[in-house]
Design a protein around this ligand. Structure first.
Ligand code: SF4
Length: 338
């Protein structure tokens, strides 16, 4: 199948990504499917190692899926033979990534002007260096780095972490992307400047119509950034729940989503006291080299049903409008066939 559904600007269909060889071969991403509409925010949330970054890299075209497909604007990014499709360049420019580490993702020997003008000139978004300077100034203003003369000819090491991450966002914007994959983009900056960065990125959505795949381990950040969007919760390589943000935050169905939510700290001590705790049976995340049978969450799940959960792997099933869960018990309670 080489056509996307047409509903989504970017779509992952049955993505699988394996690493290693022979006995050491692991499946980091296992049959992941989702779509993001133009102007929408979808968050991928989960613990470290759950496959969210690998999924983000496949969405960006930095990693080729072992199987499955990525569709951009309705067209398959990879041909059936696994080669780059005809429109690969348009796709690569249209989908940009912001990496987690603002200290490693910028070339330390280039000034901010050089970092931002290089893609502009290389991809011919501007005709000459005068136009490049105008556009760099415009981009620095868009990401809130003003007065721009304080930043233009500085090197990355002369900026704070938050300022560097704003430069990373400006660099992503140089090629007028339609989709930004933000991979833990605010997790390495101080909490005090995190909100400013998130608000700036939300402004880009409002003012430029940017579509986001926002990857984070922090459900509180996902809630803040994607209240009008959707959240996909990943566990050990697969999506276990996918719902609108209010649904997932106010009424999580999957036991793992409940546990993640219960772990989010609250500023109000009253809320902390009244919060329902989820006691996991184990704190250990399973190794990808020795995955549990049946439901991969069953060794940790407080709702584990022997003879079912450890035998049969739950599928991601629809449980209402635009809501999906991969849990035998939650699906049964929601009236979905299991
Ligand atoms: Fe827990 Fe069973 Fe649901 Fe897995 S399928 S999350 S073990 S209740």
């Amino acid at each position: 199948m080489n056509a996307g559904s047409g509903e989504y600007l970017i779509e992952a269909r049955n993505l699988v990504r394996m690493f290693g060889a022979r006995r050491e071969r692991v499946t980091a991403v296992d049959d992941v499917s989702f779509g993001i509409r133009q102007g929408e925010v979808v968050c991928l949330v989960g613990e470290s190692g759950c496959g969210k970054t690998t999924t983000g890299k496949m969405i960006t075209g930095l990693l080729k899926p072992t199987s499955g497909q990525v569709f951009y604007a309705g067209k398959s990014v990879w041909t059936p033979r696994g080669d780059k499709g005809e429109d690969f360049k348009t796709y690569r420019l249209g989908v940009q990534i912001i990496h987690q580490d603002p200290y490693a993702s910028l070339n330390p020997s280039h000034t901010i002007y050089k970092i931002l003008s290089t893609p502009l000139l290389h991809h011919k978004f501007v005709a000459n260096t005068y136009e490049a300077l105008d556009r760099v100034i415009e981009l620095l203003n868009i990401v809130g780095l003003s007065p721009v003369e304080d930043f233009l000819y500085k090197y990355p090491h002369q900026l704070s972490g938050g300022q560097r991450q704003r430069v990373s966002v400006a660099r992503a914007l140089t090629v007028n992307p339609r989709v930004i994959v933000a991979d833990e983009a605010v997790s390495m900056v101080d909490v005090s400047i995190r909100v400013g960065l998130l608000n700036m990125m939300a402004d880009l959505k409002r003012n430029l119509g940017v579509t986001y795949l926002f990857i984070t381990h922090d459900l509180a950040v996902a809630k803040f950034f994607a209240w009008e969007g959707r959240i996909a919760v990943m566990y050990v390589g697969s999506i276990v729940e996918f719902a609108s943000t209010p649904q997932l935050i106010n009424d999580p169905l999957h036991p793992y989503s409940k546990a993640l939510l219960a772990a989010v700290p609250e500023a109000d001590p009253e809320l902390t006291r009244s919060k329902k705790r989820v006691e996991l049976r184990s704190q250990d995340i399973p190794s990808l080299l020795a995955l549990p049978s049946g439901c991969r969450f069953h060794p940790r799940c407080p709702y584990f049903e022997p003879g079912l959960c450890d035998v049969k792997r739950p599928e991601l099933l629809p449980v209402g409008e635009n809501r999906y869960v991969a849990c035998h018990i939650a699906a049964r309670e929601a009236g979905a066939p299991t």
